[in-house]
Design a protein around this ligand. Structure first.
Ligand SMILES: *Cc1c(COP(=O)(O)O)cnc(C)c1O
Length: 429
């Protein structure tokens, strides 16, 4: 028997990125609650600042607790490395700031998280970056939107609220043929349900706030890279960097060049670092990820099947149901199940559909009405009266949302209790 072994996913959830510390032997990852690190001597300090030696300087750039979290996520995603930041929004922004320059373009799926939409449409526009939105399921629309200025393709593995699944294989082939990276927001899947890098994506971003943390306690984000993209002719990563005295990140750090630039320039300069305490809490979440996701998915499947046959429900958009247009695609990319977040519509009994949605939400006893997903507890939101209340019915329907659309994030409670709660609230409408 060999004394080397490639450990399985569950083993790496518990062990990757940490060996018990040699000073006190702590088995759990210690929380290194420190801003800064003492240099051995003046020469070492200079070497660290020049990136000629690897080590910690200041927690805005790196921290040992955060490093354990980064290594663990990188291992679970089969990436070359990872950088953790303050939030999912910060993770995406750091990727865009590292890759793009004014005048560059992105082609993005139109089925995106609301906050991501605003970041792409308004904030990137201020930086003279243009985003073209396309129907994520239509590969020719992606192809048509690519111009010589396109520097990235962007999509979410599971779209919301339609439950659409990104077709990773042809998309990564398209990205490859144009020498541009495919960036995938895999928040709804987690590395347990899907590993986009294995399907040819270049970069994965997560809002670790959601299922990775898993308990609704901490905001955090993480960027993972495949290490397989050739940045030789990709100016922002290959060219000498004026903000690091002419350093060529790709030349110097090879497959780690993108992440080094993201950490040492973008995160250094934008300052959206994660706290060591949050890295610790997110590590705690990772240790039970597969167990929780199996339960999340099994409960979501049971709830979706229950709602699909309920007389007061019209459309359940969960890719685990055979009538969903991406049922087969979900089985291919998410063989353990297509996540635990999905939407459905209440059958309007009479008149005002928005009012029916409100009444339903207010009648629920177990589901928490709030703006989050991926908590251990079940969550619900009525987009038309909350996150999307500024929009007319027409604008809502463009985003695939009706006045009677309800979004659920299914938690880990007893299945029968969830079905009971939904049933009694539907009857109250
Ligand atoms: C929540 C979320 C984000 C943003 O993450 P934060 O941690 O809240 O900043 C991005 N993408 C998706 C799919 C999300 O659900």
């Amino acid at each position: 028997m060999s004394n080397k072994r490639n450990f399985g996913f569950d083993t790496r959830m518990l062990h990757a990125g940490h060996i018990p510390d040699s000073m006190v032997g702590a088995r759990a990852v210690p929380i290194f609650q420190t801003t800064s690190y003492v240099f051995n001597d003046a020469d070492q300090a200079a070497q660290l600042f020049e990136l000629k030696q690897y080590g910690n300087i200041y927690t805005r750039i790196s921290n040992p607790t955060t490093a354990s979290f980064e290594e663990r996520v990188a291992s679970l995603e089969n990436g070359t490395g990872a950088v953790a930041v303050a939030s999912g929004m910060a993770a995406q922004f750091a990727v865009f700031m590292t890759l793009l320059a004014p005048g560059d373009e992105i082609v993005a799926s139109s089925h995106l998280y609301g906050g991501t939409m605003t970041q792409l449409v308004h904030t990137l526009k201020k930086l003279s970056i243009t985003v073209h939105f396309v129907d994520p399921s239509d590969i020719t629309s992606w192809e048509k939107a690519i111009t010589p200025k396109t520097r990235a393709l962007y999509g979410e593995i599971i779209g919301n609220p339609g439950g659409t699944i990104l077709d990773l294989e042809p998309l990564s082939a398209l990205a490859k043929s144009h020498c541009i990276p495919l960036i995938v927001d895999s928040t709804f899947a987690t590395p347990y349900l899907c590993r986009p890098l294995d399907w040819g994506a270049t970069i994965v971003v997560h809002s670790a706030t959601k299922f990775i943390g898993g308990h609704g306690t901490s905001i955090g984000g993480v960027v993972v890279e495949s290490g397989k993209f050739d940045y030789t002719r990709y100016p922002t990563i290959a060219d000498p960097s004026p903000s690091y005295h002419g350093l060529r990140f790709y030349d110097t750090f090879g497959h780690y060049g993108f992440l080094m630039k993201l950490r040492c320039e973008t995160v250094r300069d934008t300052g959206a670092c994660i706290s060591p305490m949050n890295s610790f809490l997110l590590l705690q979440g990772l240790e039970t990820l597969s167990l929780r996701m199996d339960r999340h998915v099994a409960n979501a499947q049971a709830v979706a099947e229950f709602l699909a046959q309920h007389p007061r429900v019209t459309a359940v958009r969960y890719a685990g149901l055979p009538d969903h247009p991406h049922f087969e695609r979900a089985k291919k990319y998410l063989p353990q199940g297509p996540g635990a977040v999905f939407a459905f519509n209440i059958k309007p009994s009479s008149g005002d559909a928005r009012a029916a949605g409100k009444k339903f939400i207010e009648s629920l006893q177990l589901f928490s009405h709030l703006a989050n997903i991926g908590d251990a507890r079940s969550l619900v939101i009525h987009p038309a009266s909350t996150t999307h209340q500024q929009l007319s019915d027409e604008e809502l329907s463009m985003g695939g949302i009706g006045p009677d659309t309800i979004r659920l994030s299914i938690g880990l409670e007893n299945r029968e209790d969830l079905l009971w709660d939904l049933d009694q609230a539907l009857r109250a409408v």
